[in-house]
Design a protein around this ligand. Structure first.
Ligand code: BG6
Length: 485
């Protein structure tokens, strides 16, 4: 979020022949360089098992760059030639690790770099422990400059595995060196949530149980499992989305004002929110799985008929959960979280609904509308805010109508930066605010571990709908309904 770009590091990217590198990291690194974000130039060493050389890696990179950020092919090839190198590594071989260290030092010498390094683990989570140990075995966690390690989600599959992974990381790195990615934290609206709350007195003064009736956080996707069944079928929506992305959004909505905006001060407050959440009762959780249905007029198959998904799979593709933040500010305010695949459209939003006035003097034109006053923080498809409020219908009447004031980032500032661009630049700057700390990730697993073990029934919902009826009933129990605007 802040800080200055330090002497340029060498980006050492493990898993450099994978999907994340091709789809996200390469385009972001290219943008950094072409937009002059790294004054000393960009230096990348891709590392993976494939027995490639620099030339083969550069061909892979050109192809992906052309797909993601098309430009003149000769320019792209030239750029890859100048900035990218490759090293093939067998992570089980001690000699292989020593050779990697020698290669890193050779590049730094050749390019006149000061020894600052970013070790990016763009790997499937099963590979994390071995690679972290390997890094430690040849002393690559220290360098003549600084060394930072970036680790992708999912961070563990439950509390015990997250604790074990933290222990492995801490044997090799200091927590100050560790950057756990949750790409939702890099989204512009998510960062602006803090500004919105803490730079606007009128918002912050109403942001508590006296004035807020309930909070909804929805992350809906129209996509299905796509080609990711190998990962997703053993994971499910609770681990894939709720434990990380949705919980992160909740902590930012609910946290107290930190004493400063330093990275640890902000993260301390987020952890405190997690500690205040009451244990989740089975009756407050709904699991669903998409059946066949229709999206945008096209028939789509049921989850169980997707390639590589077992016909008897009980993996949840939808979760709705009611959380209670038991502290002074939020006592009695329900927080409803909901996420699902194959919902009618992609829509990520946080809706904060305010209480009704104690006496209803006026008659609304939309009598069915409950508590119309709300702030909607929109993350997707467009980023921005809506403020819904009541206004008098002109003329000789006491009737009111609900109106919305709206703000969209793109209309005011043009396109916003990709989340990965923001996050990667923060790693270069050494700012950990938007990264998940060890205790934060463990607190979040502590909350959801019992839900994982409870074996909730998984209710089938037709693709193209907003999840099982039980999810609507969950919110109705508290006297509310899901906001779908
Ligand atoms: C990823 C999940 O972390 O987030 C995916 O693994 C999901 O299943 C994706 O589709 C959603 O991200 P976004 O930024 O498109 O909302």
């Amino acid at each position: 979020m802040s800080g200055t770009v330090d002497t340029n590091p060498l980006f050492v990217i493990f898993g450099a022949t994978g999907d994340l590198m091709g789809r996200k990291l390469l385009p972001v690194l290219h943008t950094f360089d072409t937009h002059g974000k790294l004054p000393g130039g960009l230096h990348v060493l891709g590392v993976a098992r494939k027995p490639w050389d620099d030339t083969a890696f550069r061909a892979f990179a050109v192809e992906h760059l052309q797909r993601e950020a098309p430009g003149e092919a000769a320019n792209r090839a030239n750029w890859c030639q100048q900035h990218l190198n490759y090293h093939s590594l067998d992570t089980t071989s001690a000699a292989g690790w020593s050779a990697l260290r020698a290669r890193i030092e050779a590049i730094e010498k050749e390019q006149g770099l000061s020894g600052n390094r970013i070790l990016y683990l763009a790997l499937p989570s099963v590979a994390f422990p071995e690679v972290v140990e390997g890094i430690g075995s040849v002393g690559l966690s220290k360098s003549p400059g600084w060394t930072r390690v970036v680790i992708e989600k999912p961070f563990g599959t439950d509390l015990a595995s997250a604790q074990a992974l933290n222990a492995t990381l801490h044997r090799v790195f200091d927590e100050r060196q560790v950057y756990r990615i949750d790409h939702y934290l890099g989204k512009e609206t998510v960062q602006n949530l803090l500004v919105f709350r803490f730079a606007n007195m009128f918002i912050e003064s109403l942001w508590n149980q006296r004035f807020v009736e309930h909070v909804q956080i929805t992350v809906a996707e129209s996509l299905g499992v796509e080609a990711r069944a190998a990962y997703y079928d053993g994971t499910g929506a609770l681990r894939d989305m709720v434990q990380n992305h949705l919980t992160q959004l909740l902590t930012l909505v609910a946290m107290e004002v930190p004493p400063s905006f330093s990275d640890n001060a902000v993260r301390d407050e987020k952890v405190k929110v997690l500690r205040c959440i009451e244990s989740i009762q089975p009756s407050d959780v709904v699991f669903g799985q998409y059946g066949e249905g229709e999206i945008d007029g096209k028939k789509v198959p049921a989850y169980r008929s997707e390639p590589e998904v077992s016909a008897a799979s009980n993996t949840e593709t939808f979760v709705a959960v009611w959380l209670r933040v038991a502290n002074w500010r939020w006592h009695g305010v329900p927080f409803f979280l909901r996420t699902g695949k194959r919902m009618p459209e992609k829509s990520t939003r946080i809706v904060v609904t305010f209480r009704s006035p104690p006496i209803a003097f006026f008659r609304s034109e939309q009598p069915s509308e409950r508590n119309p006053d709300r702030v909607t923080i929109i993350l997707q498809p467009e980023e921005g805010f809506d403020l819904a409020f009541e206004i008098k219908v002109p003329g000789d009447t006491q009737r009111t109508q609900t109106h919305k004031m709206h703000f969209r980032y793109a209309e005011v500032f043009g396109p916003v930066a990709d989340a990965y661009e923001t996050l990667l630049l923060d790693v270069v700057r050494g700012d950990q605010t938007l990264f998940v700390r060890a205790d934060e990730v463990e607190e979040s697993w502590r909350l959801f571990d019992p839900v994982l073990r409870a074996k909730h029934p998984v209710v089938v919902y037709p693709a193209g709908t907003r999840g099982p009826e039980e999810a609507a009933q969950l919110v109705e129990r508290a006297g509310h309904e899901w906001s779908e605007e």
